[in-house]
Design a protein around this ligand. Sequence first.
Ligand code: AMP
Length: 250
Amino acid sequence: MKILCAVKRVVDYNVKIRVKTDRTGVETANVKFSMNPFDEIAVEEAVRLKEAGVATEIVVVTVGPATAQDTLRTALAMGADRAILVQTDTETQPLGVAKALKAIVAQEAPGLVILGKQAIDDDCNQTGQMLAALLGWGQGTFASRIAAADGGLTVTREVDGGMETLALPLPAIVTADLRLNEPRYATLPNIMKAKKKPLATVTPDALGVDLTPRLTTLSVSEPPGRSGGVKLPDVATLVAKLKNEAKVIP
Ligand code: AMP
C-alpha cells in the first residue's frame, strides 16, 4: 500500500509570534520555519507503517513556495521515499490545498492519506475533512492509534470522556493527533541520503487546480495584555471577590 502524507511549512512552534504593524498578518521575515508538528507525527506514523510491512511506499506532498522544499527534505530524511511540491506563492487555504491533494491522489492512487489534524499557523483543522469529502472516502480524524485490520484500518480517536475506535475500509483519510506517536529526529546520514531522494515539482495549473484564496483576512491582533494581579489577605476576601466582583461563583 502506498501512503500519501501532506506536510505544511509553518512558522516554528518555538518562535514568539509578532503581529505585523499594519495588522495584516504575522511577521514572517527572518523567522524560523519548520514542518507543522502534527505533520511530523503523520510522517512518523507512515514510516512506522512501512517498517511494520503495512505500507510499501511513502510519498510526501506540500503546497507552498519553493522554500517549502526544506520541509519535504525533512520528511524524506525521516523515511519518506518521494516528495512532490505543488509550487505556489499564493497563500494556501484548506479548500485549495484539499483540491490540490485530490489531484495528487488521482495521480498517485494511495491506499491511505495521512495529514496533521491541524496546521499551527492557521489553526483551521479543515483540510483532511475537506479532502475526505471531495474524494468521498471515510475519515478517522484526531487519531491517537492506527492499526491495520482485515484489509482496512482501525483508528482510535480521543473523544469527550474517552476513546472511540473506528473501522475504516481503505482507501481512507486519517488525521494525526498529538498522542499518536513521538516523531523521530532525522539523523545526519539520513539527512544526507534525503538529498538524493526524488522531489518533483508541479504547478497548480498543471493539476487543474485553482488556489485563489476564498477568504480574506480583515485584521490580526495580539491577545490583550494581562492586567496586574492583587494579593489578598485571606480566603474570605478571595471568596467575596469571586462572588461580588468576578461573579464566577453564586
Ligand atoms: P489545516 O486544515 O490548515 O489546519 O491543516 C490540516 C492539515 O492539512 C495539516 O496538518 C497538513 O497535514 C495539511 N495541510 C494544510 N495546509 C497544507 C499545505 N499548504 N500543504 C500540504 N499540506 C497541508
